[in-house]
Design a protein around this ligand. Structure first.
Ligand SMILES: [Zn+2]
Length: 251
């Protein structure tokens, strides 16, 4: 059994065949899913989908690319976060790689969401792209944050910084096709009790389906690849990552 902890299955990409996508996921052994929101209206859709299925939960948040939506969006997210099917806050974070929003807008939005997570005692799903020094500055100004760095593609340095702070690390299909040896080195070094898996579908389809629309069933390719990379028995890695996701999100 596997859990897809980061699936945008409420996106329009899946509107014509969601039932088939979900049935393929379950046949592939994906027994639980987290629909992760990226802004206020999108988070509302994630929550609605979670309410329709007992094996789907939602995370609500404002992605750094949407950080310019400001207070109105953040207040909506705060309201949605009180829904019992919402088990995390995010994705939220900092993206200095490619974004139309300013650093100040991103910092305002991540701080608001961290404070919401602390208030509601919910774990955070963080998106951090080429912004770790700023991210740690903000993170370290709070105590007691729980969460995961999603789509982790940084090096062992950032990995150790995340582990020291008690964070989980989520790996996805990027690992199956990256040629970056630092990323693969870090992927091997994630302790088994801190590793969780995700697809980030519809994006980032793993090998051998790279380039197509990604979907939760494809998490198996990533899990099998990582078991090989880390020289761990498949069932051991599958079970550990599932248990970690259940512990972090309380699902
Ligand atoms: Zn995502």
């Amino acid at each position: 059994m596997l859990i897809d902890t980061h699936a945008h299955i409420h996106f329009d990409d899946f509107k014509d065949d969601l039932a088939d996508v979900l049935s393929r996921a379950r046949k592939a052994g994906v027994k639980k899913l987290l629909a992760v929101g990226v802004n206020d209206t999108d988070s509302e859709r994630a929550v609605a989908l979670a309410e329709e299925h007992d094996y789907i939960w939602a995370s609500v948040g404002l992605h750094p690319h949407d950080a310019d939506r400001g207070d109105r969006a953040l207040e909506k997210i705060k309201e949605l976060a009180k829904n019992p099917k919402v088990v995390a806050i995010g994705e939220c974070g900092l993206d200095q790689y490619k974004s139309d929003t300013t650093h100040a807008q991103q910092e305002y939005a991540i701080r608001y969401q961290i404070e919401l997570g602390l208030e509601l005692k919910r774990p955070m799903i963080f998106h951090v792209r080429e912004a770790f020094p700023d991210f740690w500055r903000i993170f370290d100004s709070y105590a007691g944050i729980k969460g995961v760095v999603h789509s982790f593609t940084a090096t062992d340095t950032e990995l150790q910084e995340a582990l020291e702070r008690g964070l989980y690390v989520a790996l996805n299909g990027i690992m199956t096709f990256t040629k970056n040896s630092d990323q693969l080195f870090a992927a091997k070094r994630v302790p088994q009790d801190r590793l969780i898996l995700e697809t980030d579908c519809p994006f980032l389809a793993p090998m051998p389906v790279r380039g197509r629309r990604n979907e939760p069933a494809n998490i198996v390719y990533t899990a099998e690849f990582l078991a090989g990379l880390r020289a761990e028995p498949k069932t051991e890695l599958f079970d550990a990552s599932t248990k970690n996701a259940e512990t972090l999100f309380g699902i």
